[in-house]
Design a protein around this ligand. Structure first.
Ligand code: PLP
Length: 439
């Protein structure tokens, strides 16, 4: 199953553009992100390049925050660093008032480097090493979401050794099907994530007897790219029931971390509406008296990012191939999840000409290095630029240097201008740190 919930024909180029207010097609300048011509960025920094729109990220953060405010639900937003961990982007969300959700000490240190205070960081993930826990606890991490009984013991031991008390939340696995791609569903009993509901009360009691931990509440994350409120409603209802049961058993439950996962529109499917989501959260948590936290990633950054690429050549081999200078090592999602990404020509003249089917591929020696199959695109000549849309989440963070391909530049568009936020990697940097014995 692809990670998209659509069945109809592909949207045409005009529909793709119309559904994305962050993009504009100007007759002379071509495709623009937040009013900034992508051609100007490619002229200055080359391709492939990641381009992110700061205004789009701020607007999406505000939409989420305001949706909860409209429902009168105080919500603490912790940006899921894994979606896009660029320091400039972490800094942007810090400025908006977000904390961070991290899953490794590398992400924790990135978030603190971007100025996010340790106490505003939540540490999730199914395996945190002692060394990682030690660093996070010594720095004063706000909350650790725990995924097993074994981990509770481990955290308590590390914290006691440091002479601190770790604030933890128990990640409950609600055993609900989020209706998303098998590789990004996390809330089924068969998944490796979280603690079975029936084990939570005993673990809560056990934790109360340990010196290094204090259980603050329940956490949950049921998957990613979720397009309906229903799986959430089921999962959160189970969490609310658990909160009541724990309190009835005399436990203190102060926080409920409802995770991330809000889906976006990649094809022509509507993304999950923040208002519908916030209304559902209010209904399910009304009167519960818990501090609510959430960990969105994709929703905030996905639509704000573009992978800007150039056509290397056109190949006619029974069918039409467009070979780009970007590949699966940059944007893995199509190869990994069969994900669909919109592709728009950057030049206005190409945008307005007739289309025919083409396979859009990268130059990597893997059959999976395909961005799109039979995609209706105009005749794009070598050198023509294209934008792979909605690449701001799980794009650059998942990339590799496979086939000795240096990492692209990244650019942040903001208030009508643009700035380089990552330099293109120089080829010799690819073997930086390598040692040839005896040489
Ligand atoms: C624990 C946790 N929180 C938050 C997220 C962010 O999910 P998304 O980017 O779909 O909002 C993830 C991603 O899988 C996660 O594993």
């Amino acid at each position: 199953m692809a990670d998209m919930a659509f069945t109809g024909p592909d949207p045409d180029l005009q529909d793709l553009l119309a559904a994305r207010p962050q993009l504009q097609m100007h007759a002379q300048d071509g495709l623009c992100l937040e009013g900034v011509p992508l051609n100007a960025i490619a002229d200055k920094h080359g391709t492939p390049a990641w381009v992110y729109g700061a205004g789009t990220m701020r607007a999406r953060y505000a939409a989420l925050r305001d949706a909860f405010a409209a429902e009168n639900v105080p919500m603490h937003i912790h940006y899921a660093v894994k979606a896009n961990d660029h320091l400039a982007i972490l800094n942007l969300f810090r400025e908006q008032g977000a904390g961070a959700d991290v899953v490794s000490i590398g992400e924790f240190l990135r978030a603190t480097k971007a100025g996010i205070a340790a106490q505003h960081i939540v540490y999730s993930g199914v395996g945190k090493s002692e060394a990682e826990l030690e660093t996070a606890l010594a720095a004063g991490i706000g909350q650790i979401n725990v995924e097993s009984a074994e981990e509770v013991e481990m955290i308590s031991a590390v914290a006691a050794r440091l002479g601190v008390v770790a604030h933890i939340a128990l990640r409950m696995n609600p055993d609900v099907d989020a209706g998303t791609h098998a590789k990004i569903t996390t809330g089924l009993a068969e998944n490796k994530f979280g603690i079975a509901a029936e084990d939570i009360p005993a673990l809560y009691a056990r934790a109360a007897s340990l010196p290094g931990v204090r259980v603050a509440g329940i956490a949950m994350h049921i998957g990613s790219q979720i397009l309906s409120t229903e799986p959430y409603r089921l999962a959160y209802a189970k969490a609310a029931e658990m909160v009541r049961a724990l309190r009835a058993a005399g436990h203190n439950v102060e926080v409920m971390d409802i995770g991330g996962g809000l889906g976006i529109g990649y094809h022509d499917e509507p993304g999950l509406s923040p208002s519908a989501f916030a209304a559902m959260v209010r209904q399910v948590t009304q009167g519960l008296g818990v501090k609510l936290m959430m960990e969105p990633g994709r929703y905030l950054t996905g639509p704000a990012g573009i992978l800007l690429a150039s056509v290397i050549l056109r190949k006619q081999a029974g069918k039409r191939f467009l070979v780009l200078d970007a590949a699966m090592n940059e944007l893995m999602r199509p190869a990994m999840y069969e994900a669909w990404h919109g592709i728009l020509p950057v030049d206005a003249s190409a945008f307005h000409t007739a289309t025919s089917p083409a396979d859009v591929v990268g130059p990597i020696c893997e059959s999976a290095d395909i961005f799109a199959k039979d995609r209706a695109l105009p005749d794009l000549r070598p050198g023509a630029r294209v934008a792979l849309l909605d690449a701001g989440a799980y794009g650059a963070v998942m990339s590799s240097a496979y086939n000795a391909r240096p990492r692209p530049a990244a650019v942040l568009v903001d208030q009508g201008g643009f700035e380089l936020i990552t330099k293109r990697q120089e080829i010799p940097a690819l073997w930086d740190g390598e040692i040839v014995p005896g040489a």
